[in-house]
Design a protein around this ligand. Structure first.
Ligand SMILES: [Ca+2]
Length: 457
């Protein structure tokens, strides 16, 4: 029994729920060690229990029982839920090296299986997590390792690793050019057709060789190079224009950027691949713990590795099965994250699920997908998290009220705007007057038009 337990849980760590305070709580911590996985449940006292269970997942290479899992559990407990997490037998390290291989050349498939599917066995009506936790719980695609290194390969091919200053200048230019496409200049590019319009009108190569002299990440003067434009352009096959690619700003919260580089004071840069991507290539696909980099990898080799990984591990950790027929009586909602896991892969997955529904059933009847323009990976970035979405999911499950829109507050302006279930998009009504209030926004487009991907307005 734990008593007098207090904690502050920021909304940033709850993803779809508001910040909360746990004060002098009493709960029962039931920690069960199986042969090697450890499951940990926090059970509120009977008078404080809302008769519901909220499971939480992991992040990065951790299946659970790490910092963010415990923040999520503190939040769940504050709201009256019983809550649980599991480490899937992998401990809570951010590095999979301790458990990935039985020996060089020999992947520990049991451990990978535990990471891939362990939380799915924990039947729970409510589940809230992000990143790896989102992959575990919401059966989304597991493509970010390749997305990361794909950009590293582009840099290898170009033979140059552009300075953060050049990349960030191009991102800022894209935002400046495309911000107003959603009807409001608020620092955030919309989603859906706004992204398509941005890609059609903004050309990063048009800014090549333009000089930069006021870059916050470097005192030096630079010229935007063709290589920098090529790198930025390559990310936009999966990520959206405006996404944080360098993770160099304070709002990046120290997370990884897909086009991050480390640069010396003289301006010489090398690639800085993510801790999420290299272990997948080196430990699981190559099965060689002595490999530590990807700087010599060429595009054909990279493609071969991706295909080899898919062939070998898809049945274990691949989570792109679009047949949710067994799930269609339940309700599911997903928020979109912007700069690490490619939004377009989730859009493809959503459309694939839409094409696999039974006659008479629309995908929106049981699965809605909310994109959050401007939000970083789980938290951070230009947009706050959609803190009302979890309560809306609960209302959908328990009362049948499907979420037609959800609220967010922008980090920079403090303004309110709305999120819309894909493929609908948010539009500001200029006759309404106040862009900072939610009622001046509405969702437009076909509410169930997923089978024809883009909306005509
Ligand atoms: Ca905007």
């Amino acid at each position: 029994m734990v008593t007098d337990y207090s904690a502050t849980v920021l909304a940033a760590y709850r993803f779809t729920q508001p910040s909360t305070q746990l004060q002098n709580a009493a709960f029962c911590n039931v920690t069960v060690s199986y042969t090697h996985p450890i499951m940990e449940a926090w059970l509120p006292t009977a008078e404080n229990w809302n008769r519901r269970l909220q499971a939480v997942g992991g992040g990065g290479w951790a299946a659970g029982r790490f910092f963010l899992s415990y923040k999520a559990m503190e939040g769940a407990l504050a709201d009256g839920y019983a809550t649980l997490t599991t480490d899937a037998g992998l401990a809570s390290s951010r590095d999979p090296a301790p458990w990935a291989l039985v020996s060089p050349g020999n992947v520990n498939l049991y451990n990978l299986q535990n990471l891939g599917s362990a939380p799915l066995n924990e039947a729970s009506p409510f589940y809230a997590s992000c990143s790896q936790g989102g992959r575990q719980g919401l059966m989304l695609t597991q493509r970010y390792p390749t997305a990361f290194d794909n950009i590293a390969i582009v840099m290898n091919m170009l033979g140059t690793y552009p300075h953060t200053c050049k990349i960030d200048t191009l991102i800022a230019a894209a935002i400046s050019s495309c911000d107003g496409l959603d009807g409001m200049v608020d620092g955030v590019i919309g989603n859906g057709q706004d992204v398509e319009a941005c890609l059609a009108t903004f050309d990063p190569f048009a800014l090549a060789v333009r000089s930069i002299s006021n870059c916050s990440s470097s005192p030096m003067a630079w010229n935007i190079s063709h290589a920098a434009a090529a790198v930025v352009n390559a990310t936009w096959h999966g990520l959206n224009p405006g996404a944080d690619l360098t993770a160099a700003s304070t709002s990046s919260n120290g997370q990884s950027g897909v086009a991050a580089t480390n640069c010396s004071s003289s301006g010489t840069c090398v690639g800085a691949p993510s801790e999420l991507s290299l272990p997948w290539l080196n430990l699981f696909i190559n099965k060689d713990p002595s490999q530590t980099g990807s700087s010599n990898l060429a595009h054909p080799q990279f493609n071969d590795l991706v295909k080899a990984g898919t062939r070998e591990f898809r049945s274990i950790i691949g989570t792109d099965d679009a047949d949710l027929s067994a799930f269609q009586k339940a309700k599911l909602t997903v928020k979109k994250i912007n700069n690490v896991i490619p939004p377009k892969s989730t859009e493809e997955y959503y459309k694939a699920v839409a094409g696999n529904t039974a006659d008479g059933i629309q995908v929106g009847d049981f699965f809605r997908h909310f994109e959050v323009p401007g939000l970083g990976h789980c938290y951070g970035g230009l947009s706050g998290p959609p803190t009302g979405l979890f309560a809306q999911l609960r209302d959908w499950v328990e009362n049948g009220t499907a979420p037609e829109q959800s609220s967010v507050v922008l980090n920079g302006t403090g303004g309110n705007r709305i999120l819309c279930p894909y493929p609908r998009v948010a539009r500001f009504d200029p006759t309404c007057g106040d862009a900072l209030v939610e009622r001046c926004w509405s969702c437009v487009g076909d509410s169930h038009g997923v089978k024809s991907p883009w909306i005509e307005l």
